[in-house]
Design a protein around this ligand. Structure first.
Ligand SMILES: [Zn+2]
Ligand SMILES: [Zn+2]
Length: 287
């Protein structure tokens, strides 16, 4: 039976799934990442449910300083996570693109590799050495612990309020980088800009007209690149540091689901890359 607490957040996974189905029909050029996302979402939603019911002592820091992330990912029990990680890989690999399936099979083959990978990822450490042992690149290997930890971190983060005065360019909950920005009207502010975490999906207010990477705020250095379709997703470029991230404007499309729409607008990433820009946080599917 679903508890009152988890019922609503669990619906978010269904909302994401339905949005991916809708965008798949509308944006055939984005079919490969969307089809893969549709395989991934049910596995993630199951991990989310599991995480809400598991005990995670020490995972949330209370009373920490105002500039300290609240979630202690490195305090999570690896012993508890590893068996789940193995099950996750088992469910995912048959549906993965060839390159990922091959790397994933290497991870799946050895329990110590799974353990080391999770440990390094949760501590925010470099994955290069483990990647070299699997004959792949660290950024490819990162997909597995990130896809696995996303719903668990999201479940952990949702019960703790984001500090209202948080002004950093990293997540107040887990300390990771923003995946995207969104704009929406709310009771307190019209066109409020929020950054969305690439791991735990927490949202925090961030000043408009400021680069979330280098802090540039001169208008002549910051550019918006939009396309005729879709109009609600565009690229925010900073000329000073060449970083970009995408913004999803929920005032233009109230039905958008930012994390899904971000993945479905792969053409904007290709355009930005051709222009020599780099993304503050590639999305889960590597774009
Ligand atoms: Zn986060
Ligand atoms: Zn910048």
């Amino acid at each position: 039976m679903t508890t009152g607490l988890s019922r609503r957040p669990l619906q978010q996974w269904e909302v994401r799934r339905q949005r991916a189905v809708k965008l798949l029909a509308r944006r055939p050029h984005a079919a490969p990442p969307l089809e893969f996302l549709l395989e991934l979402l049910p596995l993630q939603s199951e991990l989310f449910r599991w995480s809400t019911e598991a005990e995670w002592p020490g995972a949330i820091v209370t009373g920490a300083g105002d500039d300290t992330p609240k979630l202690r990912l490195d305090a999570l029990s690896i012993d508890l996570l590893v068996p789940r990680f193995a099950t996750f890989l088992e469910g995912l690999l048959p549906h993965s693109p060839d390159v990922l399936a091959e790397i994933g099979a290497g991870v799946q083959a050895r329990e110590p590799t799974q353990r080391a990978l999770l440990k390094h990822y949760l501590a925010g450490q470099d994955l290069s050495e483990i990647a070299a042992g699997l004959d792949c690149e660290a950024r490819q290997l990162e997909f597995f612990p990130r896809a696995f930890m996303q719903p668990i971190a999201e479940a952990l983060a949702r019960d703790t309020a984001v500090p209202e005065d948080w002004q950093e360019n990293f997540c107040p909950m887990c300390g990771r980088l923003p995946q995207l920005a969104l704009l929406r009207d709310d009771a307190a502010a019209r066109g409020r800009r929020l950054l969305v975490c690439g791991l735990c999906a927490s949202e925090w207010t961030f000043r408009r007209g400021v680069c979330p990477h280098c802090g540039e705020e001169r208008p002549g250095q910051l550019f918006i690149h939009s396309v005729p379709d879709p109009t609600h997703v565009y690229v925010d470029e900073c000329k000073s540091c060449s970083a970009y991230l995408k913004t999803v404007d929920l005032r233009k499309d109230g039905l958008a689901v930012p994390l899904v729409d971000e993945i479905a607008t792969v053409e904007l990433d290709i355009w930005a890359e051709e222009r020599g820009l780099w993304k503050i946080q590639p999305n889960l599917l590597g774009m």
